[in-house]
Design a protein around this ligand. Structure first.
Ligand SMILES: Nc1ncnc2c1ncn2[C@@H]1O[C@H](COP(=O)(O)OP(=O)(O)O)[C@@H](O)[C@H]1O
Ligand SMILES: O=C(O)C[C@@H](O)[C@H](O)C(=O)COP(=O)(O)O
Length: 328
């Protein structure tokens, strides 16, 4: 019996919850942002990227979030619809909020950073009333990103979504997605993310992100200890990402699976986690093993880190399979 029981009769495969923002990726790469003059605009926001990735892989997706009543908000809405994401539950925020901006700096293929403008952003204005139980029960899975827990009322909206998902056997996928610029304190990161992780079926994060949940910032607990801690709750899969060194997946039934990586002509390192997550979830939804799903994730990440964007570069399954074939 499959580790993760997706309700197959549901019309939506995945609903993303949370951040919809704009990536502004420097065009003049391999130099600090002080020396860049032009940027290319893409839709961004980790949950948006992952939802877009699944949509481009042919999955039926939806989104619960808020956009600003500005040109960027309209750009995001148009792009989601072009990608086939259902936007019926994306709310236009009329409080005068703005769209979160992510300026990305590509000093070198290995040295990239992101500068996030997060004040008065629409995504954190998501309210509990925006979360529809009837919408959530139409989905096989929801994807929650940790950053949506950083401020109220988004925080409460996420907990409502979590409650509806548990009530209607919707698989809960939690991507820790720690973004320092949005949080008030590390104590809050740990407190709120632990509450969600304890109710999640699949937890994805980097080593440092799991440390934050375990109040071990900088003490780097052993991945297996981390997994066992979450298996004491609802988790069936705990996946620890390790950048270019790959990933390790732990399953509740005792498997420990080292994920492969595929050689990439790295342009930038960001986008790896979201592309990995999208293809990994796709594999699980298609009944593939955790190991095969990791393989899809790794191939997708290799494609996206070799590209200028995150969302735009999310690949089709054919592109992913071609890369895997060529590597064999
Ligand atoms: N330089 C790279 N080359 C090839 N694959 C990579 C590279 N960096 C990351 N990946 C793949 O993407 C996955 C997620 O990357 P990681 O950087 O850990 O996530 P995040 O972007 O969330 O920090 C890794 O487990 C690996 O499979
Ligand atoms: O999630 C954000 O706000 C930033 C993303 O839009 C950006 O594309 C990025 O950093 C994705 O990187 P990843 O989370 O490492 O895949």
């Amino acid at each position: 019996m499959s580790l993760i029981q997706f309700q197959q009769h549901r019309e939506l495969d995945l609903i993303g919850v949370g951040r919809l923002c704009i990536d502004l990726n420097a065009n003049e790469i391999n130099r600090p942002m002080e020396l860049t003059r032009t940027f290319t605009k893409y839709v961004g926001g980790s949950p948006a990227n992952i939802t877009i990735a699944l949509s481009k892989l042919g999955k039926k997706t939806g989104f619960i979030g808020r956009i600003a009543d500005d040109q960027h908000g309209r750009f995001i809405m148009n792009y989601l619809q072009e990608c086939g994401v259902d936007t019926s539950n994306v709310v236009k925020d009329l409080s005068g909020s703005v769209t979160g901006l992510v300026f990305t700096e590509i000093k070198s293929p290995e040295e990239c950073s992101i500068l996030m403008y997060r004040d008065n952003v629409a995504d954190l204005k998501l309210e509990p009333g925006d979360v529809s139980e009837a919408y959530i029960k139409r989905a096989k899975a929801i994807l929650i990103s940790g950053t949506a827990l950083a401020k109220s009322p988004s925080r409460e909206a996420v907990f409502i979504a979590l409650e509806y998902a548990r009530k209607h056997d919707v698989v809960v996928i939690f991507d820790i997605d720690y973004r320092p610029r949005t949080w008030v304190s590390l104590a809050e990161v740990g407190a709120y993310c632990r509450l969600v992780a304890e109710k999640s079926d699949i937890i994805l994060g980097g080593r440092e992100e799991f440390d934050l949940l375990e109040d071990l910032a900088g003490q780097a607990r052993d991945d297996r200890e981390t997994a066992n801690m979450w298996f004491e709750h609802r988790a069936k899969i705990v996946l620890v990402k390790h950048g270019g060194a790959g990933s390790t997946a732990f399953t509740r039934d005792g498997q420990v699976l080292k994920g492969v990586t595929y050689k990439a002509n790295v342009v930038k390192t960001f986008g790896a986690g979201d592309s990995f997550a999208g293809a990994f979830i796709y594999g699980l939804m298609n009944g593939l093993s955790v190991e095969e799903s990791q393989r899809l994730g790794a191939a997708s990440a290799s494609i996206v880190v070799s590209s200028h964007s995150s969302s735009d570069a999310m690949p089709t399954i054919e592109k992913i399979q071609a890369l895997i074939q060529s590597a064999n």
